[in-house]
Design a protein around this ligand. Sequence first.
Ligand SMILES: Nc1ncnc2c1ncn2[C@@H]1O[C@H](COP(=O)(O)OP(=O)(O)OP(=O)(O)O)[C@@H](O)[C@H]1O
Ligand SMILES: O=P(O)(O)OC[C@H]1O[C@H](OP(=O)(O)OP(=O)(O)O)[C@H](O)[C@@H]1O
Ligand SMILES: O=C(O)c1cccnc1
Length: 497
Amino acid sequence: MEQTRNNYADDGLALHTDLYQVNMVETYWAEGISGRRAVFELFFRKLPFGGGYAIFAGLQRIIEYVREFGFTASDLAYLQEELGYEEDYLAFLKELRFTGTITAMREGELVFGNEAILRVEGTLAEAQFIETALLNIVNYQTLIATKASRIRNVVGNAPLLEFGTRRAHEFDAALWGSRAAIIGGCDATSNVRSGKRFGAKVSGTHAHAMVQAMRDEYEAFLRYARRQKEMNRKCVFLIDTYDTLKSGIHHAIRVVKELGIKHLFEGVRLDSGDLAYLSKEVRKLLNKAGFNETKIYASNDLDEYTIMNLQAQGAVIDAWGIGTKLITAYDQPALGAVYKIVAIEDDAGNMVDTIKISGNPEKVTTPGMKKLYRIINLVNHRSEGDYIALEEEKPQEEGRLKMFHPVYTYISKFVTNYEARELHTPIFAEGKLLYETPELYEIQAYAKTNLELLWDEYKRNQNPEAYPVDLSQRCWDNKMKLIQAMKEKAEGVKKET
Ligand SMILES: Nc1ncnc2c1ncn2[C@@H]1O[C@H](COP(=O)(O)OP(=O)(O)OP(=O)(O)O)[C@@H](O)[C@H]1O
Ligand SMILES: O=P(O)(O)OC[C@H]1O[C@H](OP(=O)(O)OP(=O)(O)O)[C@H](O)[C@@H]1O
Ligand SMILES: O=C(O)c1cccnc1
């Protein structure tokens, strides 16, 4: 074991889980209930960044994970030799695959608190085991897509570039984060592997190192621009290595004029100092030299707040490069999505609803097999809210729908003339993959179209209105019935002791 510790030819992802999953599944197996049908839902309770919506990302990686789910020989050897699990249980794990059914929102879907992003129905063992990886994926990618969307909200149609790989929490976060950032609204990423892997557009300028390495700013710009000219590629010069206004901008203009490459002079980038002041001065100098079309790029620890601030100061910035604060979800590093069991097969083979009670009413789970709808007003084409109904209900046929707050039930409204759009789509059915992931920029366009369904009051970055996520009357009644039953059961336990 020792010699191969870091070198498994058959390394897989099944052990990318918490130990407690291995132990719970062992108990299910030992008790002979591992094959019972179980239903889990994945959701978060509170929207991130104090915003009014989130954008779901992560499904593609979930698909790859679930499709390949299984224990390799070295996984099993590790569980046996290092952690002491017994052969019989390992023989069970060896055969464990995902054979269940998953429905989920499409990537780019708008998602709100307390509604299922994804539902897993399968054997208790398989549905339980995949919890950790699913949460790991959704929690991160959804956060990044949402952060990117918030930044897109403030930059309008300006080019928005994801520059965060060097600051991301390691390789996976950089790669999948760049994809999520594009789903949320970035135009391109600096991560080249993301281009190869996902078809992301890749984009980039150059660093201070190039200027320093050539020990002369003019020489550096000249050689860089010459090569770009040979390759017929556009140039963006980083002009702040020594002094933006005294040297950088003048060297860039001189080189472009000398090489006659106005058509390739895409832009200049500012990466330090007072970005508002510098951008205004640089704009004047560019215009004076006849480069009215040349863009001013800005980077340096930017996010939606600094950008808004710069805009308020009249900064003349045409394109934005965002690294650290986007890829690390700097102001809110965790989404807090959870994975909760909502139904389980009983001894007689019937599916029964389960509930998790909490002193905090917002933390009580909503039991049962349900469906999630977006209720779209057909007159103004805006969403009235989301609606969670029991699976057998048909809100699309009701004609007049009562929507009420699931905790403050007196907040209610009736909706007519609506479309009840189901938000989940089948991803796996009995282990078979049914879903084909759209091309990356189609997912981005889908997110953009979805945002058009929301009133601006729900979309503003700060202090937005709370978007309604309501339960149907039957779903609410079912929840109350289970809460009551669980209370009575707990009373019974108390009396016994
Ligand atoms: N006009 C401005 N208004 C508000 N924030 C700004 C403005 N200009 C720049 N910033 C932001 O100020 C922050 C820090 O910039 P600061 O001047 O401290 O260091 P710097 O310019 O990055 O210097 P260096 O990179 O050389 O250390 C960055 O997040 C930047 O985006
Ligand atoms: O500021 P962020 O939003 O994180 O964006 C990424 C940063 O990475 C680069 O800086 P770095 O200091 O790593 O290298 P450079 O300035 O030499 O290019 C770039 O110039 C950006 O400032
Ligand atoms: O291309 C750039 O300008 C770039 C790429 C990564 C990080 N910072 C800047």
